[in-house]
Design a protein around this ligand. Structure first.
Ligand code: HEC
Ligand code: HEC
Length: 459
């Protein structure tokens, strides 16, 4: 009875939001997510569902949104579902993805990390071709444990070193590069041979549309890039449910095949919550306290929960492009094409069939990504392979909605580890296959650089 009433309230609230979010009146060029576009450009811009959802879908979306913001606790504590830990990096998804946006990067050297995860691995590959976890710490440093019962694995802080880069016109800009330092490591030092990858929580909009892009389309983009001297290639990763290797789309190295597995991996790696996908607690052999804590269930994540979060993420709309008629943004769009930013940050792609959410099917979308891996040069390299991605490759970051990031939750740090404080810094870090694009930007007049940035912040 109570459940029913709650569901009704949720349905009513969401129906109201859907009406608000209808993008029907938008200029077709502004429909970044096709039918899944919202005109909202405020702190809710990343938080509304694709309009219109059926009553049943609206209810599932509301459930997913709730589960995404739900605090998990270790059994048998009160205050949430059981399953947190025994070690973790957060107790709910929104710790790192507040408002479904990107996470905060540490502002200064010495600060501990929150939304910046440190992935660890040693040489070799696991049985599925993925990274080989560290023997004593697993594949991610967990900086939370359970009070009085299970110690955190340790802590990490960043140390920024700064350097100046000059534009062709003489103006300079300061870039900061983070270096990870470990503290209070509970199970011994982390050897210098360990491969370390710091990754900042990315925004979570339009993921359903990215899931709906046909694989052939991505392969065709890769082929076309080759004619431009750019060598984007897909990652191929292990699909746990299908028990086979498939193309990767999610994660900063396209290291997850689909939203569902990405969600299960986040529950397991970030919250310590087990699922059908990852049924074993993440407790390496030396972590005795971790191994004896009773789990919160077998598994801890219910199918209902993962179904709901999967749907919620699939149905999150993309904010509409703004400033279509601004001459600066229009000039910036030309420069974006001229500098070959558009070779990787692909302006328009068509989704294919998408039975999971048919309104996302067969849509012209403007994600400004190709979901492919690119060698971004030594300066951005993490030196840590992830399935077929090597230590210099990253997935092209989608640029849609980027200009609203600060409005959503105050965080606007860019690149895989949040080192760039704005768009200009992000571009100046580009190297490898994107070196000539970076140089084109560096050579632009101040006015053109501003136009390019205006454009990037309007999409
Ligand atoms: C401690 C911070 C943190 C927490 C907590 C967290 N995430 Fe993430 N999330 C990240 C990072 C970092 C990445 C990039 C991971 C990678 O590249 O391997 C990510 C990536 C993702 C992606 C892929 C996005 C894309 O563009 O490919 C999804 C989906 C996601 N997280 C969902 C979740 C869900 C659901 C939860 C809660 C169960 C969650 N996250 C909890 C930090 C976090
Ligand atoms: C060879 C492919 C390629 C080209 C060309 C390229 N980029 Fe990128 N871009 C990437 C990849 C890959 C990333 C992610 C790198 C990382 O996270 O370390 C990225 C990240 C970014 C980001 C940060 C986004 C975020 O959410 O963190 C911005 C902004 C950006 N690119 C803008 C541009 C602009 C503007 C140009 C043209 C001057 C350009 N890029 C050219 C591949 C490319």
């Amino acid at each position: 009875m109570l459940n029913l009433t709650l569901a009704r309230i949720a349905t009513t609230v969401c129906a109201a939001v859907s009406v608000l979010a209808t993008g029907a009146e938008l200029d077709p060029r502004a429909r970044s997510g096709g039918a899944l576009t919202t005109p909202l450009a405020d702190s809710n811009a990343y938080a509304v569902p694709a309009p219109p959802l059926s009553a049943q879908q609206t209810q599932l979306f509301a459930l997913g949104r709730e589960a995404f913001d739900q605090r998990w606790v270790p059994a048998p504590q009160l205050g949430g579902p059981w399953g947190f830990g025994p070690t973790a990096n957060g107790n709910k998804c929104t710790v790192c993805h507040e408002g479904n946006g990107r996470g905060p990067a540490p502002e200064q050297s010495g600060q501990t990390l929150r939304a910046l995860l440190v992935r660890l691995s040693v040489a070799g590959a696991n049985e599925f071709g993925g990274p080989m976890p560290h023997h004593d710490y697993g594949d991610q440093l967990n900086d939370l444990g359970v009070q009085d019962l299970v110690p955190a694995e340790g802590h990490a802080t960043v140390n920024y070193t700064e350097r100046e880069v000059a534009f062709a016109d003489g103006e300079t800009i300061t870039l900061r590069a983070p270096q990870i330092q470990f503290e209070q490591l509970r199970f011994g030092a982390i050897a210098p041979s360990t491969m370390i990858s710091a990754r900042l929580a990315p925004p979570l909009i339009g993921l359903g549309l990215l899931e709906a892009i046909p694989e052939e389309t991505l392969l065709a983009v890769a082929k076309q890039q080759a004619t431009l001297g750019i060598s984007g290639r897909p990652n191929y990763v292990w699909d746990v449910a299908a028990k086979k290797e498939v193309i990767g789309r999610f994660g900063l190295k396209a290291n997850q095949p689909n939203i569902r597995q990405q969600v299960a991996a986040a529950f397991h790696g970030d919250l310590g919550v087990t699922s059908d996908y990852f049924p074993a607690e993440n407790c390496p052999e030396v972590q005795k306290e971790c191994r004896v804590l009773p789990p919160g269930g077998y598994p801890e994540l219910t199918t209902r929960n993962i179904d709901a979060i999967q749907f919620f993420l699939r149905a999150l709309a993309v904010p509409a492009r703004r400033n279509l008629d601004d001459p600066m943004a229009q000039r910036g769009e030309q420069l974006f094409a001229q500098a070959q930013c558009a070779a990787c940050h692909v302006p328009e792609i068509r989704t294919g069939a998408y039975p999971a959410l048919p309104i996302g099917a067969e849509q012209a979308i403007h994600p400004y990504t190709d979901l492919l891996l690119h060698d971004m040069g030594e300066a951005l390299a993490d030196g840590r392979p992830d399935f077929k991605a090597d230590g210099r490759e990253w997935r092209t970051a989608p640029l849609w909605g980027l200009g609203l990031s600060a409005k959503v939750n105050g965080n606007a740090s860019l690149l895989h580890d949040g080192r760039a404080r704005d768009v200009a810094e992000a571009i100046l870090w580009h190297g490898g296959e994107a070196q000539s694009a970076r140089e084109a930007f560096r050579a632009m007049s101040k006015r053109d650089r501003e136009a390019l940035i205006t454009f990037v912040e309007s999409i």
